[in-house]
Structures are given as structure tokens and as C-alpha cells.
Design a protein around this ligand. Structure first.
Ligand SMILES: [Zn+2]
Length: 78
């Protein structure tokens, strides 16, 4: 009985090891890609709305006169 448990444990360990390794590798690659992307101010950063103080991502923010706004109503445009 103990032998069966040990066998199952070894198989599980090997299986876990084989499954987990590529995932770690992938995560590391994603991080490397993220690091590589970091330089550049046009990336997704949080900016504060000039009017109401809400933080919005720079991609969604509306820029009027060099200032960031969270929405068109804050920016005063239609
Ligand atoms: Zn706002």
C-alpha cells in the first residue's frame, strides 16, 4: 500500500514539475517583455484629472491644453 502511495506521489511530483516549469518560463518571458516595454511615456500610466482629481490611465485620459482630464465633461469639451 505504501508503495502505491509513493508511486502516485512520484508521478504527481513529476507531473507537477513538468506542468509548472513552462508556466514559470512563460511568466518570466512576460515580465521580460513588460520590462522591455517600460521606456516610453506613451505607456499606460495613471494621471490625475485636473478638475475632479480622479485617476485615469493616460490612454483613456483626455488631454486639453496639456492637462489631463478623466472625461469630456471635466475637460469642458463635447
Ligand atoms: Zn474629472
Amino acid at each position: 500500500m505504501l508503495k502505491i502511495i509513493l508511486t502516485v506521489a512520484v508521478i504527481a511530483a513529476v507531473y507537477f514539475f513538468l506542468i509548472k516549469k513552462p508556466a514559470v518560463e512563460k511568466k518570466r518571458r512576460n515580465r521580460a517583455e513588460a520590462e522591455a516595454k517600460k521606456p516610453g511615456l506613451d505607456e499606460d500610466i495613471m494621471v490625475e484629472c485636473e478638475k475632479c482629481g480622479t485617476f485615469v490611465s493616460s490612454k483613456e485620459a483626455i488631454i486639453v491644453g496639456g492637462k489631463y482630464y478623466c472625461s469630456k465633461s471635466c475637460a469642458g469639451v463635447k
